[in-house]
Design a protein around this ligand. Structure first.
Ligand code: SF4
Length: 103
């Protein structure tokens, strides 16, 4: 999510796919980590990335897609588990608590 927030922040807004796509990717990821994501969001993020990749003026747009597409490629089940709120899947705030407890 930090990567995507970075790309959203750094997007200059010249190209619609990058300007709108990075905004929507952050919106979807925020929904997911707050327990309001849906399984369709995973495919929606891939669709958004398809619309950014190769359709942006500079490398920032293309670069914004890699963290999302790679994360879904290698961790799709973790996205689905987070969405389903299955036991054992730690939410970001729970991970902070675990790190704090170990320190
Ligand atoms: S791809 Fe580059 S030029 Fe286009 S909006 Fe993003 S940062 Fe600006």
């Amino acid at each position: 999510m930090k990567w995507t927030e970075f790309y959203k922040h750094e997007s200059c807004g010249k190209c619609t796919p990058c300007r709108e796509g990075t905004f929507w990717l952050v919106q979807i990821l925020e929904r997911m980590v707050h327990g309001e994501g849906t399984e369709a969001d995973v495919e929606t993020m891939l669709d958004i990335c398809d619309n950014i990749l190769g359709r942006s003026f500079c490398a920032l747009g293309d670069g914004a897609t890699s963290p999302i597409t790679s994360a879904i490629k290698y961790f799709r089940q973790e996205f689905l588990d987070l969405i389903a709120e299955q036991p054992g899947v730690k939410r970001p705030e729970q991970l902070d608590d675990l790190v704090g407890a170990q320190a």
